[in-house]
Design a protein around this ligand. Structure first.
Ligand code: CO
Length: 135
């Protein structure tokens, strides 16, 4: 598996408008776009910081994994996304290495990109997302 860069760092928030106002108006980051990602049951605001983005994510219902995370831990860093060349190859390599996966097959994330999550138990307590580079 070949990692190209950090695609984004995702921060879970309970109020995306309030959080966006802080990151945009106080920290001065641009807001590239906001979208609802039905597959992940979240609203995402994407704030570019050079080669990587900060993503603010707010759950849209109470039963999703993100909503449960927010209820348990409060707002904060939720996951780090690594961009990989080939997500299928990466998942095959990780399976072969015995890594615990949340998504054994790619699913759809923000921007329609193909993504998959690794289980934090296999990554020293960090939820890691893989995202395939746009071709
Ligand atoms: Co993400």
């Amino acid at each position: 598996m070949s990692v190209k860069r950090i695609d984004h760092i995702a921060i879970v928030v309970s109020d995306i408008d309030e959080a966006t106002a802080f990151y945009r108006d106080v920290l001065g980051l641009p807001v590239a776009h906001t979208e609802r990602v039905d597959e992940q049951e979240v609203i995402v605001a994407c704030l570019p910081t050079g080669d990587s983005d900060i993503e603010l994510i707010q759950p849209v219902d109470e039963t999703s994994g993100v909503a449960k995370y927010l209820a348990k831990h409060g707002p904060g860093i939720h996951h780090i996304c690594l961009e990989v060349e080939d997500i299928e190859q990466s998942l095959a390599d990780l399976k072969a290495a015995g890594v615990k996966l949340i998504n054994r097959e790619p699913t759809i994330g923000a921007g329609g990109k193909r993504i998959a999550f690794l289980h934090p138990k296999s990554a020293h307590g960090v939820l890691i997302e893989l995202s395939e580079a746009a071709k």
